[in-house]
Design a protein around this ligand. Structure first.
Ligand code: ADP
Ligand code: MG
Ligand code: MG
Length: 462
């Protein structure tokens, strides 16, 4: 049985749905849930609403709380990993042999490790994503899909979705507006950025958002930018190519053009720019170690026996809480253990997901395709294997500019934002900054909002 936030008679009442869809779209526009259109991605002259669900989606209260409560531990874990060069080197040894992207990141990490560290403030804004795994013999459990330590988007717009779903509540549906939770990751993330700016200690410093050439999701960023402007902190937006042309370091490694940077982009057009920024006195978000800590390979290594204990040596309770969220994760390294993983995947490919060291959705491999890749490719160490998580489907209407509205069977993914600042060895900020629910039609195995598959949603606690 699928679980929905609204009763069957509402879900199937076409006239009512039509009316609600119109109200929902207007409310979304009214509250700034915006996206530039595919046709004019460079301009805000014509915009539309960001894809979203008509109704919120039920999420068990205890699992939601569990995800919130473990976030500060994940913040700490990422920070500890980012500083542990021996661990990163060992964990990523396989992927950096065959995956150029990870290899280049690692090269920059090594280069800056060998130099005197120009900045002792480390800022990390991350998002840990989960699905609720349902097995026949037990209640749903919280399973981490991945942690994003770079370009963790939708903190801005997720701050505005509750207003849309609450408005439908006002239409006397069974969605009680109070059960759609308050959520303000824009403020949570901006507070951490503001704190980092303050610690940097120069009124002349600006926060730079490093952005891609095509910025359809600009309104998501603007929410956070506005939160900073409200605190009188200046913000600029620059592309890699801009920094390449105009950025320079002075003798103190002060980065001109940029002083605090927020890497909202994954497409590294210029590795030179990345190295220059990494060497600079700017507070980076993320720094290169933090980015590497968020790789799929690190996630897999963390799930091996004894590894979490390395980072939390005297904290068995912390270890247990983090470990409870891990799905089965398996190495593809060359050797007996990797061979066992391959045999296991080939025997039951539908039970697993094969993941490369990539971000942004649409890169994973499923089902029979796993067999093909494993049989053809010699570069298996670039991947990790993960148990496929099976969330309970729910039915909802997905609203997307230009697409017909139809009832869809959907799967949801819960993200929790975290913010962490360390200055030298002192942790000065460690907070959970809000949540994000994304929902997609169950016919897609993979893919986020950016690639046009998932849409924004709200948890409705049950
Ligand atoms: P990316 O960094 O590209 O977002 P993810 O690990 O989040 O990589 O995978 C992309 C999408 O694939 C997820 O949003 C989810 O829908 C699906 N997915 C990933 N891992 C699993 C899994 N173990 N079980 C089920 N679905 C998964
Ligand atoms: Mg990711
Ligand atoms: Mg993801």
């Amino acid at each position: 049985m699928a679980a929905e936030a609204v009763p069957e008679e509402v879900l199937l009442n076409n006239d009512l749905i039509k009316e609600l869809v119109e109200v929902a779209k207007d409310t979304a526009l009214l509250h700034g849930l915006l996206l530039r259109t595919k046709e004019s991605p460079y301009s805000s002259e014509v915009v539309s609403y960001i894809p979203f669900t008509l109704f919120p989606t039920p999420v068990p209260r205890d699992l939601f709380q569990q995800a919130l409560q473990v976030q500060t531990l994940f913040n700490q874990l990422v920070d500890k990993i980012s500083r542990d060069s021996c661990f990163l080197e060992e964990a990523l040894a396989g992927p950096i042999k065959v995956d150029m992207f990870t290899a280049r990141l690692f090269q920059i990490y090594r280069t800056v490790q060998q130099e005197a560290c120009a900045q002792s403030i480390a800022l990390c804004l991350n998002r840990s994503d989960y699905m609720l795994d349902l097995r026949p013999d037990r209640n749903a459990t919280l399973k981490q899909i991945e942690i994003n330590t770079i370009a963790a988007s939708f903190g801005g717009l997720a701050s505005r979705t509750p207003d849309v779903h609450r408005c439908e509540g006002a239409l006397k549906l069974s969605v009680h507006s109070k059960r759609v939770l308050d959520n303000n990751p824009a403020a949570g993330l901006a507070s951490a950025l503001a704190k980092a700016w303050e610690l940097y200690g120069s009124v002349k410093a600006v926060v730079m958002f490093l952005v891609e050439d095509i910025q359809r999701n600009i309104f998501d960023h603007r929410c956070i930018e506005n939160e900073l402007w409200k605190r009188n902190i200046p913000v600029i937006r620059r592309r890699f190519s801009d920094v390449f042309k105009t950025g320079l370091l002075d003798q103190d490694k002060k980065l001109f053009v940029v002083e605090v940077c927020f890497c909202g982009s994954l497409c590294m057009q210029s590795w030179e720019v990345r190295l220059m920024m990494e060497r600079s006195q700017a507070v980076k978000c993320p720094d290169i170690g933090t980015q590497l800590a968020g790789t799929k390979k690190v996630q897999q290594v963390l799930a091996q026996p004894g590894v979490l204990e390395r980072f939390f040596p005297n904290e068995p309770e912390a270890v247990a809480r983090i470990r409870a969220t891990f799905a089965g994760l398996y190495t593809m390294d060359i050797g007996e253990e990797g061979d066992r993983t391959v045999a296991m995947a080939l025997a039951n490919p539908e039970k697993f997901v094969l993941k490369p060291q990539r971000e942004g959705g649409g890169n994973n491999i499923y089902g029979e395709e796993i067999c093909r890749v494993l049989q053809e490719k010699s570069e298996r160490v670039a991947y990790i294997l993960m148990d496929k998580v099976n969330p309970q489907p729910s039915r909802n209407y997905l609203l997307r500019h230009g697409s017909p509205v139809k009832l869809a069977t959907c799967l949801s993914e819960l993200g929790i934002f975290g913010a962490h600042i360390r200055q030298g060895t002192d942790v000065v900020w460690n907070q959970c900054a809000g949540h994000l629910l994304r929902t997609k039609s169950a016919e897609y195995a993979d893919g986020g909002v950016a690639v046009g598959v998932a849409v924004l949603d709200n948890p409705f606690l049950v």
